[in-house]
Design a protein around this ligand. Structure first.
Ligand code: MTE
Ligand code: MO
Length: 263
């Protein structure tokens, strides 16, 4: 490679990095409606950040780097519900009517010991609480306090098989009745084992509300809002995500969003 070529590729990487960093200008929740309208600048910056390849992002941020955590005083309001907020599938309605007493979270696929957890079992495991900022591609963000079980603990109890590469999260809701496809998401094992990746059952000191994904939703704190699946009932370890949904790794990815979705 000639030197000018090296400089050029370095420069394009740096400008891609700057696009990622400028997604940090997303302000507090009071600006979300404005940013959500039409051709918002924040949104196009986010879309640019989405052009980054998975590889480039993995080079730019260290695998173990933590997402910023905030203080209680920085929580300005409740977590703004978005996407599905009140699932209507029969299975979900039945669980909800019984305050999720019959809920089971299953760990399946490429694991040594498939198993399931009740909500009480999850709550009895060591927990982690973190105050983080959720950034939605629609151009709003919200700081909230999340409590849950680290996904890594559950993965260790189940024993991830060596050929597993991805974690797929299956959700109870159908986001759009006119396009009946269940919401799902996926991440790699680096994000799955990240210390801030939790199976959240608490929000701002209360049980997770239905609007925000009750009884359990995943927080992957270095990723955009659509990578935070709500209403999760199964966690499946897989060697590829091509056989789920339309094969792109998530409900919104199947509709054109970037799979990695890092911030
Ligand atoms: N199951 C499910 N998870 C989902 C969604 C959804 O519609 N269904 N929407 C996603 C999007 S786009 C965002 S911004 C967040 C919203 O989470 P909140 O309602 O807790 O703010 O959930 C994400 N996870
Ligand atoms: Mo979102």
């Amino acid at each position: 490679m000639t030197q000018s070529k090296i400089l050029l590729s370095r420069r394009s990487l740096l400008s891609a990095g700057a696009a990622g960093a400028s997604s940090l200008v997303l302000a507090g929740c009071d600006t979300f409606d404005f940013l959500g309208e039409g051709e918002s600048k924040t949104r196009s910056v986010l879309e640019k950040a989405n052009d980054l390849t998975y590889r480039a992002q993995r080079l730019l941020i260290r695998n173990g780097a933590l997402a910023t955590e905030y203080s209680e005083t920085e929580i300005r309001q409740g977590q703004r519900p978005n996407g599905s907020t009140d699932p209507q599938t029969a299975e979900y309605l039945a669980l909800k009517s019984n305050s999720f007493a019959d809920y089971r979270l299953s760990i399946t696929g490429l694991v040594e010991r498939p198993r399931s957890y009740s909500l009480a079992e999850l709550r009895n495991m060591p927990s982690r609480t973190q105050i983080t900022r959720h950034d939605c591609v629609e151009g709003w963000s919200c700081i909230a306090k999340w409590t849950g079980t680290q996904l890594s603990r559950v993965l260790d109890e189940a024993g991830v098989k060596p050929n597993a590469r991805f974690v797929v999260f299956h959700c109870y809701d159908i986001y759009d009745e006119s396009d009946p496809a269940a919401y799902y998401e996926s991440c790699d094992l680096i994000d799955a084992r990240h210390p801030q990746t939790i199976l959240a059952y608490g929000l701002n000191g209360q049980s997770l509300p239905v609007a925000n994904g009750a009884p359990v939703r995943v927080r992957i704190e270095r990723a955009l809002g659509y990578k935070q699946p709500k209403y999760v009932y199964t966690i499946e370890l897989a060697d590829s995500f091509s056989r789920f949904g339309l094969g792109k790794g998530g409900y919104w990815e199947d509709r054109g969003y970037d799979w990695y979705g890092g911030i």
